[in-house]
Design a protein around this ligand. Structure first.
Ligand code: ZN
Length: 465
């Protein structure tokens, strides 16, 4: 009985299979893989059948969907076949994968490596077939005098390379101070650290690791030392120092005479550099004397500034033309009164302080009139003017254009026991460049800077004509 039913079931199964035709696909994988950048050919082993499992009648089929082998991902292809109003579809997933490991190249010789893995004189590069340049994904490990580089692409493929190296860093970091290594300032001013930069051959910019020791007390006169130090990862240390000299402000008080006095005098201006000079003088409370000319109208307003900031505006010449002013007393006086008038217009003061163009000892005036300087030096004093020559030449009238040399000339000339009247020209940029250092020297050595007044000690040179 059981056997009978079993045979019957089998017959029914075979019968239904045989006669009940359907559409199906043969050899269709539901999942497939393809390497990126290769050709994915549609799997033409797939056959669409009409019939049953025992008998396949091939029929046509269509494939919908596309596999982009240039881009990693999973793509779905749909196979469709149709016959006698029956339709069947089946899906196939195709994954585009990357199984190739990136290339890792070292260029140059790797014999010495920084403790942090930085290579000196060698470069490395990693390129992946899919990700492109992935040099920035290179990782390294240092172990037992070996450096092991490792790079992994976005699909997880890894390339490793290992080299024997000597790990060392023999170079100290470079520590550069911004600003001067000696800074001069006066009491009461604020010390602003000009900063620094530290660069190490191995560690790169390590400015953040710089340690500054020492302090500057600007409320007290003195010499202060600041120590800047920085260490690289290997332990190499660089130390530099900066000196800050704090000295008293210029203590010139009108009407009070001082033993050690310096008179800065500036001829021929005002000019293009006078404003900068005034700024420097103001910073140090230093008063000076300007022997001015009248022909350049562009800087007229500076005459007012010079006066208002406490400097003496003295008279040099309106025209500064030797061939005119040294031809006669009258010609000189006309020129002198003209510059006096102009100065009065801008300062509301009648200046009687003079400096002769070329000084009272000039010999150039011989070309125009014999004895003119002898006459003029007497005449101007007779009518209430006072003329001032100089005792120290800065050398800026032609000998030098080097501000360092000017500073040196002046410093060499300054003496405690003489009247220090310095001849300079505010029409020259290199002269103005030198002034701050001269002031710093003077203040640091206990001198007072004063403007020339009618009461100042008279400095006269020997008249030569
Ligand atoms: Zn001059």
């Amino acid at each position: 009985m059981v056997l009978f039913f079993s045979i019957l079931l089998l017959v029914i199964l075979i019968y239904s299979n045989y006669f009940n035709n359907k559409i199906y696909f043969k050899d269709l994988k539901t999942y497939d893989k393809v390497e990126v950048f290769t050709d994915y050919k549609k799997d033409d082993k797939v056959v669409a059948c009409y019939g049953n499992t025992l008998k396949c009648k091939k029929i046509k089929y269509k494939v919908q969907g596309r596999v982009n082998t240039k881009k990693l991902g999973v793509y779905t292809l749909t196979y469709r076949a149709k016959k006698n109003n029956k339709e069947t579809s089946a899906n196939k997933k195709v994954e585009v994968i990357d199984t190739k490991a990136p290339s890792l190249k070292i260029n140059g010789v790797l014999n010495s490596v920084c403790p942090n893995g930085k290579t000196i004189g060698a470069t490395y590069e990693a390129v992946d077939n899919y990700d492109g340049n992935i040099t920035n994904k290179i990782k390294y490990k240092i172990k037992n005098n070996k450096i092991i580089y490792k790079v992994t692409d976005s699909s997880g493929n890894t390339t490793k390379k290992e080299f024997d190296v000597i790990i060392k860093d023999e170079e100290k970091p470079t520590l550069i101070l911004n600003g001067e290594s000696t800074i001069y300032m006066s009491v009461g001013n604020k010390y602003d650290e000009p900063g620094y930069v530290a660069i190490d051959n191995c560690d790169g910019n390590i400015t953040g690791n710089v340690v500054v020791k020492g302090n500057v007390d600007t409320s007290k006169k003195g010499t202060y030392e600041l120590n800047y130090s920085v260490k690289d990862e290997y332990g190499n240390e660089t130390v530099v120092k900066r000196i800050v000299r704090v000295f008293p402000k210029n203590n010139y008080v009108p009407g009070v005479s001082n033993n050690k006095t310096i008179y800065l005098t500036f001829d021929d201006g005002p000019g293009a550099h006078t404003q900068r000079l005034l700024d420097i003088l103001r910073q140090y409370n230093v008063k000076a004397t300007f022997f001015v000319t009248g022909y350049d109208m562009r800087y007229n307003e500076l005459l007012t500034k010079e006066h208002d900031e406490g400097h003496t505006v003295g008279l040099h010449s309106y025209t500064h033309n030797y061939g005119v002013i040294y031809t006669s007393i009258d010609a000189y006086m006309q020129d002198l009164l003209k510059i006096q008038e102009k100065v009065k217009q801008y300062t509301n003061e009648e200046s009687k302080i003079i400096r002769f163009p070329g000084g009272s000892s000039n010999t150039i005036s011989r070309r125009y009139k014999t004895g003119i300087m002898s006459d003029l030096t007497k005449k101007v004093e007779e009518i209430g003017f006072r003329y001032f020559d100089w005792t120290i030449m800065s050398g800026d009238a032609g000998n030098t254009k080097d501000s360092n040399k000017i500073v040196q000339n002046v410093i060499n000339g300054i003496k405690e026991d003489k009247v220090n009247v310095i001849l300079m020209h505010d029409t020259k940029s290199y002269t103005v460049d030198s002034v701050e250092r001269i002031i710093q020297y003077g203040l640091a050595n206990g001198y007072t800077f004063a403007p020339i007044t009618m009461d100042s000690p008279v400095v006269h040179q020997k008249v030569n004509n």
